[in-house]
Structure formats: structure tokens, C-alpha cells
Design a protein around this ligand. Structure first.
Ligand code: PNS
Length: 163
């Protein structure tokens, strides 16, 4: 398959999960470059700082050629224009994601008609997975093996369970 252009995969990634990694791997099969763009949003409370979230993403995408990790703090479409990217990647897990994703995709289309959103479905095993669920399980002393890479689980334990 011929690859096409630069895609941006935006999100909170608080923290990155195996579901996100699955989407990144699918995206890089389709596009020359995939910029994983971490939102830096002071109004949304995150467990990890933007630097920590980027560092974790870099660690788990090391070795995936064509993937770069960056961050943004403005309108997504403005960031994309600066990066000369024309495709937004979003993962679509279940019907429950649809309304929010539909609203975002159409808002972005209204703001920038030349930018297209492409939805990728993660592997079935990850359809129920989210960063929020992962944080809750760790907070309550459960194992998140298989949900996130080992190094991310260790970071979560350090952040949530050690004083
Ligand atoms: O992982 P998330 O939290 O679902 O990601 C949401 C994100 C970062 C993709 C979205 O909030 C976003 O693009 N924010 C940037 C501001 C923006 O462009 N808003 C208008 C389009 S909704």
C-alpha cells in the first residue's frame, strides 16, 4: 500500500495505553509520518504533566519508524497547519465514543475543510480500555498487565501509590 502524507494523532494520553499503541501502529502503516500530539490543556486536570506524558509515549514508540511525539496547546487544526499535516487520526472503540468523536470531527471540518479525520479501530482486546479505567484499577491496587506496557504500569504505581 502506498503511504500518504503526515497524520496527527492528538489526545490526552494520560497515560498512553496498549490501545493507543495499537492505533499508532495501524496509523504508521498508512501514513509516512505520524505525529502523536499530546494536548497541553491547563483547564483539564491530568495525572501526568505534558512532559511526563510525552516521555512515556517516546519510550513506548521507540523503534517505530516514522512516529514522532510532540505537544500542542492551541486549536488542533492550527497546530496541524503549522505541521503541514492534513489527517487527524482518532481511535474509535465503541458506539459510546461516537457522539464525542462525531462532534469533534465535524467541528474540525468546519474550522478547516481541507483537514480530514480518519478513525481507526483498535484490536478487539482493547475496545473497552481507557486511560481513566487504567488509573482507577492501579489506584485500587489492581493489576493492569496487558492494558499498558510494564514501564507505564511502574510509572502509574509510583505516581499513585507511593508517597
Ligand atoms: O484524548 P482526548 O482527551 O479524548 O483528546 C481530545 C483532544 C485533545 C483531541 C481534543 O480535546 C482537542 O483536539 N483539543 C484541542 C482544542 C481544539 O482544537 N478544539 C476544537 C476541536 S474539538
Amino acid at each position: 500500500m502506498k503511504k500518504k502524507g503526515i497524520a496527527v494523532y492528538p489526545g490526552s494520553f494520560d497515560p498512553v495505553t496498549n490501545g493507543h499503541i495499537d492505533v499508532i501502529k495501524r496509523a504508521i502503516r498508512l501514513f509516512d509520518r505520524v505525529i502523536v500530539a499530546v494536548i497541553e490543556n491547563p483547564t483539564k486536570k491530568t495525572l501526568f504533566s505534558v512532559d511526563e506524558r510525552m516521555e512515556m509515549l517516546r519510550a513506548v514508540t521507540r523503534g517505530l519508524s516514522g512516529v514522532v511525539v510532540s505537544h500542542f496547546d492551541r486549536l488542533l487544526v492550527d497546530y496541524m497547519k503549522k505541521k503541514k499535516a492534513s489527517i487527524i487520526i482518532r481511535g474509535l472503540r465503541a458506539v459510546s465514543d461516537f457522539e464525542y468523536e462525531f462532534q469533534m470531527a465535524l467541528t474540525n471540518r468546519k474550522l478547516a475543510p481541507d483537514i480530514e479525520t480518519v478513525f481507526l479501530m483498535p484490536a478487539e482486546a482493547y475496545t473497552y480500555l481507557s486511560s481513566s479505567i487504567v488509573k482507577e484499577v492501579v489506584r485500587l491496587n489492581g493489576s493492569v498487565k496487558g492494558f499498558v506496557p510494564r514501564q507505564i504500569e511502574a510509572r502509574l504505581i509510583r505516581k499513585l501509590l507511593t508517597k
